[in-house]
Design a protein around this ligand. Sequence first.
Ligand code: PA5
Length: 443
Amino acid sequence: MQTTITIDSQKAAQFLPQGAVASIKNEVKAAHQALEDGTSPGSDFLGWLHLPASITPEILTDLQGTARQLRESCDVIVVAGIGGSYLGARAVIEALKNQFEELTPRILFAGNNISEDYLAELQEYLSGKRFGIINISKSGTTTETALAFRLLRAQLEKQLGREAARKRIVAITDAVKGAARTTADKEGYKSYVIPDNVGGRFSVLTPVGLLPIACAGMDIEALVKGAQDMETLARTAPYAENPVHQYAAMRNLLYRDGKKIEILANFQPKLHYIAEWWKQLYGESEGKDKLGIFPASVDLTTDLHSMGQWIQDGERSIFETVISVAEPEREVRVPGDEENLDGLNFLAGKRVDEVNKMAELGTQLAHVDGGVPNLRIVLPRLTEYYIGQLLYFFELGCGISGNVLGVNPFNQPGVESYKKNMFALLDKPGYEAESRAIRERLG
Ligand code: PA5
């Protein structure tokens, strides 16, 4: 096994009574064991737990083959999906791609909003281009995704004809249920199955994440290897050296101590979507039964000039988890300047990353002084392998943490409320009673 991501929790533990981290050990270990034994709430949705170890070279070769076909036939690939059906892929692609160059083929995301302008501008952009679609929906009925897919498919069929369009569409959905499956089977699209026992937000290591990531030209073998190694580490490392156990322990201890908000901070703009994926994973898993840490995020140092004041000095209900990347992939040194009008010659010759790291350390110390417990997750580098470790680290951390909290981390009953109202307001067949009730309420 290569080096692994690590967690430094000293600057969080100092806010807790002595012995607190040891005191929760049995709870954390029992929560992990309950996942292994399938005895905790939501045990029908534990397919992600040993998913990395179950990914065979054949599965990866098949995904790489499909990605190759799409890469060869398309200049743009649109990934239609929402929530767990798109955030993982986007997080990995954004973390690994060059921030200023477009990928070839370009990967775009749709089906994650209902903005008419967004869809109109997308249609306009795709007009006349060689594009393909990966339609991702576990239920196969999610409105945002289904609507975008309907528009995109119609456009592709208009541009290419129905027969040729079929070769540029891949469906990733349930094995038998839902409109996306019915359409895929009827049209003969290449398709992949999202296992029944893997919920959307835990599906990044299924074709849901792996196919778009492979289409972006990234190394899914290394990504999966990273996840596999973290799976092994988390199953075997003793509590004190187990980064996943330490994370689950610290966040529950801090929550019990009144820290109701966790801010995931990064010092690399490339990690913005990792935080978006993490927010969905933890927010949807833990925020229920009037419980749960509110997951928030900041991009630093950017947001030190917007949210920094609040974090330093606002209500003391927060703790901060920093994702730190030890070694950048590129090197830039600060040049000297004879005139030194900007006064920056004290930095001349230093790497920009050294400046960033001192900003990171200075921020950590300032926030700790301001009463913000600080956890630090260190990624050796921003590569597929370490991102793979991080994905599984957060997934398992979420499952264990949710069990310690005492909720079912694998359902999301709250998400249905807005859908019910929206369907009633749009007069969807089957929602007549809700429609009458909501109209009475609105007068
Ligand atoms: O984690 C989840 O289950 C959700 O966020 C889903 O991924 C999201 O609602 C999309 O659902 P579907 O894949 O059924 O379209």
